[in-house]
Ligand binder design. Structure first.
Ligand SMILES: [Zn+2]
Length: 312
Protein backbone atom coordinates (compact mmCIF):
# COMPACT_ATOMS: atom_id res chain seq x y z
CA UNK A 1 0.00 0.00 0.00
CA UNK A 2 2.86 2.31 0.80
CA UNK A 3 4.28 1.72 -2.64
CA UNK A 4 0.97 2.57 -4.33
CA UNK A 5 0.63 5.71 -2.25
CA UNK A 6 4.18 6.71 -3.05
CA UNK A 7 3.58 5.98 -6.70
CA UNK A 8 0.51 8.21 -6.69
CA UNK A 9 2.45 10.99 -5.05
CA UNK A 10 5.25 10.61 -7.55
CA UNK A 11 2.73 10.65 -10.37
CA UNK A 12 1.05 13.73 -9.05
CA UNK A 13 4.41 15.39 -8.65
CA UNK A 14 5.45 14.32 -12.12
CA UNK A 15 2.25 15.71 -13.63
CA UNK A 16 2.96 19.06 -12.07
CA UNK A 17 6.34 19.20 -13.72
CA UNK A 18 5.40 17.58 -17.00
CA UNK A 19 5.36 19.80 -20.07
CA UNK A 20 2.17 20.40 -22.01
CA UNK A 21 3.29 18.25 -24.95
CA UNK A 22 3.97 15.29 -22.71
CA UNK A 23 0.53 15.65 -21.19
CA UNK A 24 -0.97 15.52 -24.64
CA UNK A 25 0.83 12.23 -25.19
CA UNK A 26 -0.18 10.58 -21.96
CA UNK A 27 -3.70 11.87 -21.68
CA UNK A 28 -6.76 10.53 -23.45
CA UNK A 29 -9.05 7.66 -22.64
CA UNK A 30 -6.83 4.81 -23.77
CA UNK A 31 -4.03 4.35 -21.26
CA UNK A 32 -2.20 1.92 -23.58
CA UNK A 33 -1.79 4.37 -26.40
CA UNK A 34 1.94 4.78 -26.84
CA UNK A 35 3.35 8.27 -26.42
CA UNK A 36 4.01 10.21 -29.64
CA UNK A 37 7.27 9.33 -31.33
CA UNK A 38 10.18 11.20 -29.86
CA UNK A 39 8.73 11.01 -26.39
CA UNK A 40 10.55 9.11 -23.73
CA UNK A 41 8.49 6.20 -22.52
CA UNK A 42 8.50 4.82 -19.05
CA UNK A 43 10.76 7.41 -17.47
CA UNK A 44 10.90 7.95 -13.74
CA UNK A 45 7.83 9.74 -12.54
CA UNK A 46 6.27 9.45 -15.99
CA UNK A 47 4.75 6.61 -17.94
CA UNK A 48 4.78 3.55 -15.74
CA UNK A 49 2.74 4.90 -12.80
CA UNK A 50 0.19 6.46 -15.15
CA UNK A 51 -0.25 3.15 -16.96
CA UNK A 52 -0.94 1.18 -13.83
CA UNK A 53 -3.75 3.41 -12.68
CA UNK A 54 -6.56 2.23 -15.01
CA UNK A 55 -5.84 -1.43 -14.26
CA UNK A 56 -3.23 -3.71 -15.70
CA UNK A 57 -4.30 -6.18 -18.35
CA UNK A 58 -4.07 -9.78 -17.12
CA UNK A 59 -3.65 -12.96 -19.08
CA UNK A 60 -6.59 -14.98 -17.77
CA UNK A 61 -6.57 -17.85 -20.29
CA UNK A 62 -4.21 -19.21 -22.91
CA UNK A 63 -4.52 -22.47 -24.80
CA UNK A 64 -3.28 -23.85 -28.09
CA UNK A 65 -6.16 -25.22 -30.19
CA UNK A 66 -3.98 -28.26 -30.77
CA UNK A 67 -0.56 -29.12 -29.44
CA UNK A 68 0.36 -30.74 -32.77
CA UNK A 69 0.01 -29.32 -36.28
CA UNK A 70 1.45 -30.20 -39.65
CA UNK A 71 4.16 -28.08 -41.21
CA UNK A 72 2.67 -25.34 -43.35
CA UNK A 73 -0.59 -25.11 -41.39
CA UNK A 74 -1.11 -22.47 -38.72
CA UNK A 75 -1.65 -23.37 -35.10
CA UNK A 76 -4.48 -21.63 -33.28
CA UNK A 77 -3.99 -19.93 -29.93
CA UNK A 78 -6.97 -18.93 -27.78
CA UNK A 79 -6.22 -15.99 -25.52
CA UNK A 80 -8.33 -14.17 -23.01
CA UNK A 81 -6.97 -10.99 -21.58
CA UNK A 82 -8.87 -9.36 -18.79
CA UNK A 83 -8.56 -5.73 -17.92
CA UNK A 84 -10.88 -3.67 -15.76
CA UNK A 85 -10.62 -0.66 -18.07
CA UNK A 86 -9.72 -0.41 -21.70
CA UNK A 87 -10.92 -2.60 -24.52
CA UNK A 88 -7.68 -3.88 -25.99
CA UNK A 89 -4.14 -4.83 -25.12
CA UNK A 90 -0.86 -5.26 -26.94
CA UNK A 91 0.32 -8.88 -27.24
CA UNK A 92 3.61 -10.36 -28.35
CA UNK A 93 4.18 -14.07 -28.83
CA UNK A 94 7.61 -15.68 -28.65
CA UNK A 95 7.81 -18.96 -30.57
CA UNK A 96 11.07 -20.58 -29.54
CA UNK A 97 12.24 -23.51 -31.60
CA UNK A 98 14.09 -26.11 -29.54
CA UNK A 99 17.70 -25.92 -30.56
CA UNK A 100 16.95 -23.04 -32.92
CA UNK A 101 15.90 -19.45 -33.26
CA UNK A 102 13.00 -17.70 -31.58
CA UNK A 103 10.32 -16.17 -33.80
CA UNK A 104 8.77 -13.05 -32.29
CA UNK A 105 5.22 -12.81 -33.56
CA UNK A 106 3.07 -9.77 -32.91
CA UNK A 107 -0.66 -10.13 -33.58
CA UNK A 108 -1.04 -6.45 -32.64
CA UNK A 109 -3.71 -5.22 -30.28
CA UNK A 110 -6.32 -7.74 -29.33
CA UNK A 111 -9.73 -7.18 -27.80
CA UNK A 112 -9.85 -7.73 -24.06
CA UNK A 113 -12.41 -9.39 -21.78
CA UNK A 114 -13.36 -12.08 -24.25
CA UNK A 115 -11.63 -15.10 -25.79
CA UNK A 116 -9.77 -14.39 -29.00
CA UNK A 117 -8.42 -16.86 -31.53
CA UNK A 118 -5.01 -15.95 -32.86
CA UNK A 119 -3.45 -17.80 -35.77
CA UNK A 120 0.28 -18.34 -35.32
CA UNK A 121 2.48 -18.12 -38.39
CA UNK A 122 3.09 -21.32 -40.37
CA UNK A 123 6.13 -23.05 -38.92
CA UNK A 124 8.70 -25.54 -40.13
CA UNK A 125 8.66 -29.01 -38.60
CA UNK A 126 10.12 -29.07 -35.10
CA UNK A 127 9.38 -28.63 -31.41
CA UNK A 128 8.47 -25.19 -30.13
CA UNK A 129 7.68 -23.38 -26.89
CA UNK A 130 5.09 -20.65 -27.24
CA UNK A 131 5.09 -17.84 -24.69
CA UNK A 132 2.59 -14.97 -24.57
CA UNK A 133 3.53 -11.55 -23.23
CA UNK A 134 1.05 -8.73 -22.59
CA UNK A 135 2.20 -5.13 -22.66
CA UNK A 136 0.97 -1.92 -21.18
CA UNK A 137 1.13 1.50 -22.83
CA UNK A 138 4.86 1.44 -23.02
CA UNK A 139 7.24 -1.36 -23.80
CA UNK A 140 6.80 -2.62 -20.25
CA UNK A 141 5.65 -6.20 -20.06
CA UNK A 142 2.81 -6.52 -17.58
CA UNK A 143 1.89 -10.19 -17.84
CA UNK A 144 3.39 -13.36 -19.21
CA UNK A 145 1.90 -16.83 -19.55
CA UNK A 146 3.70 -20.10 -19.03
CA UNK A 147 5.33 -21.76 -22.04
CA UNK A 148 3.06 -23.97 -24.16
CA UNK A 149 4.54 -26.91 -26.07
CA UNK A 150 3.81 -27.05 -29.79
CA UNK A 151 4.94 -29.84 -32.11
CA UNK A 152 5.00 -29.21 -35.86
CA UNK A 153 5.13 -32.46 -37.79
CA UNK A 154 6.69 -32.81 -41.24
CA UNK A 155 4.18 -32.25 -44.02
CA UNK A 156 4.95 -35.46 -45.87
CA UNK A 157 4.04 -38.69 -44.18
CA UNK A 158 6.04 -40.74 -46.67
CA UNK A 159 9.15 -42.28 -45.21
CA UNK A 160 12.30 -40.27 -45.82
CA UNK A 161 14.69 -41.95 -48.22
CA UNK A 162 17.52 -43.71 -46.44
CA UNK A 163 20.47 -41.45 -46.88
CA UNK A 164 24.01 -42.61 -47.15
CA UNK A 165 25.88 -41.59 -44.02
CA UNK A 166 29.19 -39.81 -44.34
CA UNK A 167 32.07 -42.24 -44.01
CA UNK A 168 33.91 -42.10 -40.70
CA UNK A 169 37.40 -40.65 -40.64
CA UNK A 170 39.83 -43.11 -42.26
CA UNK A 171 41.79 -45.16 -39.79
CA UNK A 172 45.16 -46.78 -40.32
CA UNK A 173 45.24 -50.45 -41.26
CA UNK A 174 46.15 -52.89 -44.02
CA UNK A 175 44.87 -52.86 -47.63
CA UNK A 176 42.58 -55.91 -48.00
CA UNK A 177 44.13 -57.29 -51.21
CA UNK A 178 47.75 -58.43 -51.16
CA UNK A 179 49.21 -57.98 -54.63
CA UNK A 180 48.56 -55.90 -57.76
CA UNK A 181 45.02 -54.55 -57.99
CA UNK A 182 42.85 -51.90 -59.64
CA UNK A 183 40.02 -49.88 -58.15
CA UNK A 184 38.30 -50.00 -61.53
CA UNK A 185 36.09 -47.36 -63.13
CA UNK A 186 32.79 -45.69 -62.29
CA UNK A 187 30.97 -49.01 -62.28
CA UNK A 188 33.21 -50.31 -59.49
CA UNK A 189 32.41 -47.40 -57.22
CA UNK A 190 30.12 -47.27 -54.21
CA UNK A 191 26.69 -46.05 -55.29
CA UNK A 192 27.02 -47.25 -58.91
CA UNK A 193 23.79 -48.50 -60.43
CA UNK A 194 23.03 -52.21 -60.33
CA UNK A 195 19.90 -54.04 -61.43
CA UNK A 196 17.33 -53.32 -58.72
CA UNK A 197 19.75 -51.67 -56.28
CA UNK A 198 22.87 -49.58 -56.01
CA UNK A 199 26.35 -50.87 -55.42
CA UNK A 200 26.98 -50.90 -51.68
CA UNK A 201 30.73 -51.33 -51.79
CA UNK A 202 33.92 -50.83 -53.78
CA UNK A 203 35.18 -53.45 -56.22
CA UNK A 204 38.90 -54.22 -56.14
CA UNK A 205 39.96 -56.04 -59.29
CA UNK A 206 42.94 -58.40 -59.14
CA UNK A 207 44.15 -61.81 -60.21
CA UNK A 208 42.33 -64.85 -58.94
CA UNK A 209 44.01 -66.36 -55.90
CA UNK A 210 45.46 -63.17 -54.35
CA UNK A 211 45.32 -63.20 -50.55
CA UNK A 212 42.48 -61.19 -49.01
CA UNK A 213 43.51 -60.00 -45.55
CA UNK A 214 41.86 -58.32 -42.56
CA UNK A 215 42.44 -54.54 -42.75
CA UNK A 216 41.83 -54.22 -38.99
CA UNK A 217 41.98 -56.61 -36.06
CA UNK A 218 38.63 -58.00 -34.99
CA UNK A 219 36.37 -61.03 -34.89
CA UNK A 220 34.90 -63.01 -37.79
CA UNK A 221 31.09 -62.85 -37.64
CA UNK A 222 30.09 -64.91 -40.65
CA UNK A 223 31.66 -67.18 -43.24
CA UNK A 224 28.77 -67.72 -45.64
CA UNK A 225 27.54 -68.25 -49.17
CA UNK A 226 25.05 -66.40 -51.35
CA UNK A 227 24.80 -68.00 -54.79
CA UNK A 228 22.88 -65.15 -56.42
CA UNK A 229 25.01 -62.32 -55.04
CA UNK A 230 28.05 -62.21 -52.82
CA UNK A 231 29.14 -65.79 -53.46
CA UNK A 232 31.52 -66.96 -50.74
CA UNK A 233 31.75 -64.06 -48.33
CA UNK A 234 33.12 -63.17 -44.92
CA UNK A 235 31.88 -60.54 -42.46
CA UNK A 236 34.49 -59.26 -40.03
CA UNK A 237 33.67 -57.07 -37.05
CA UNK A 238 36.64 -54.84 -36.39
CA UNK A 239 37.57 -53.86 -32.86
CA UNK A 240 36.37 -50.30 -33.59
CA UNK A 241 32.84 -51.62 -34.19
CA UNK A 242 32.79 -51.48 -37.99
CA UNK A 243 31.62 -54.47 -39.97
CA UNK A 244 33.47 -55.22 -43.21
CA UNK A 245 32.30 -57.50 -46.00
CA UNK A 246 34.61 -59.45 -48.29
CA UNK A 247 32.67 -61.01 -51.19
CA UNK A 248 33.27 -63.34 -54.16
CA UNK A 249 36.04 -65.35 -52.41
CA UNK A 250 37.13 -68.56 -54.08
CA UNK A 251 35.33 -71.74 -53.02
CA UNK A 252 36.87 -73.48 -50.02
CA UNK A 253 39.40 -70.66 -49.59
CA UNK A 254 38.20 -69.38 -46.21
CA UNK A 255 41.16 -69.36 -43.80
CA UNK A 256 39.04 -68.37 -40.79
CA UNK A 257 35.89 -69.52 -39.00
CA UNK A 258 32.99 -67.55 -37.49
CA UNK A 259 33.88 -66.40 -33.99
CA UNK A 260 37.61 -66.47 -34.65
CA UNK A 261 39.71 -63.48 -33.65
CA UNK A 262 42.04 -62.13 -36.32
CA UNK A 263 44.88 -59.62 -36.45
CA UNK A 264 45.24 -56.86 -39.02
CA UNK A 265 46.93 -58.36 -42.08
CA UNK A 266 45.78 -61.92 -41.32
CA UNK A 267 44.54 -63.87 -44.34
CA UNK A 268 40.77 -64.34 -44.61
CA UNK A 269 40.28 -66.01 -48.02
CA UNK A 270 41.46 -65.88 -51.62
CA UNK A 271 40.26 -63.46 -54.29
CA UNK A 272 37.78 -65.14 -56.62
CA UNK A 273 34.64 -64.70 -58.71
CA UNK A 274 31.96 -66.73 -56.91
CA UNK A 275 28.30 -65.64 -56.86
CA UNK A 276 27.06 -62.86 -59.14
CA UNK A 277 30.44 -61.79 -60.50
CA UNK A 278 31.74 -61.24 -64.02
CA UNK A 279 35.41 -61.68 -63.18
CA UNK A 280 37.88 -62.06 -60.31
CA UNK A 281 37.53 -59.21 -57.82
CA UNK A 282 36.96 -58.46 -54.17
CA UNK A 283 33.70 -56.69 -53.40
CA UNK A 284 34.41 -54.75 -50.20
CA UNK A 285 31.93 -52.98 -47.90
CA UNK A 286 32.19 -51.00 -44.64
CA UNK A 287 29.20 -50.75 -42.28
CA UNK A 288 30.15 -48.47 -39.35
CA UNK A 289 27.01 -49.42 -37.38
CA UNK A 290 26.94 -53.10 -38.13
CA UNK A 291 26.21 -55.15 -41.25
CA UNK A 292 22.42 -55.33 -41.74
CA UNK A 293 21.93 -55.42 -37.95
CA UNK A 294 18.86 -53.18 -38.25
CA UNK A 295 16.99 -51.48 -41.11
CA UNK A 296 18.67 -48.23 -40.12
CA UNK A 297 22.24 -49.37 -40.64
CA UNK A 298 23.81 -48.33 -43.93
CA UNK A 299 27.11 -48.96 -45.64
CA UNK A 300 29.43 -46.03 -46.35
CA UNK A 301 31.64 -45.29 -49.35
CA UNK A 302 34.86 -47.12 -48.44
CA UNK A 303 37.03 -45.51 -51.14
CA UNK A 304 38.76 -42.91 -48.96
CA UNK A 305 39.49 -45.58 -46.38
CA UNK A 306 40.88 -47.98 -49.01
CA UNK A 307 43.12 -45.23 -50.37
CA UNK A 308 44.46 -44.54 -46.90
CA UNK A 309 45.27 -48.24 -46.39
CA UNK A 310 46.81 -48.38 -49.89
CA UNK A 311 49.08 -45.41 -49.14
CA UNK A 312 50.86 -47.29 -46.37
ZN1 LIG B 1 30.88 -55.14 -56.01
Amino acid sequence: MNRLLLSSIVTAAALLFTSASALAGTGGTDPDKPPPSGEQSGGTGYGAPLVTLPGKPRLSAQKLSSSTVKAGSRAGLVLRITRPKGTSAQVKIAIARKGGKTINFSPGRITTNRSQLIRLPALAAGSYRVTVSVFGATATEVARGGAMELTVKPKSTSKPKPTTPAPPAPTSGVFPVRGAYSLGGAGARFGAGRTGHTHEGQDIVGNSGLAIVAPLAGEVRYVAYQASGAGRYIILRANNGWDMMFAHCQYASAAVKAGERVNAGQQLCLLGSTGDSSGPHLHFEIWPDGWRDSPGTRPVDPLAQLKKWAAK
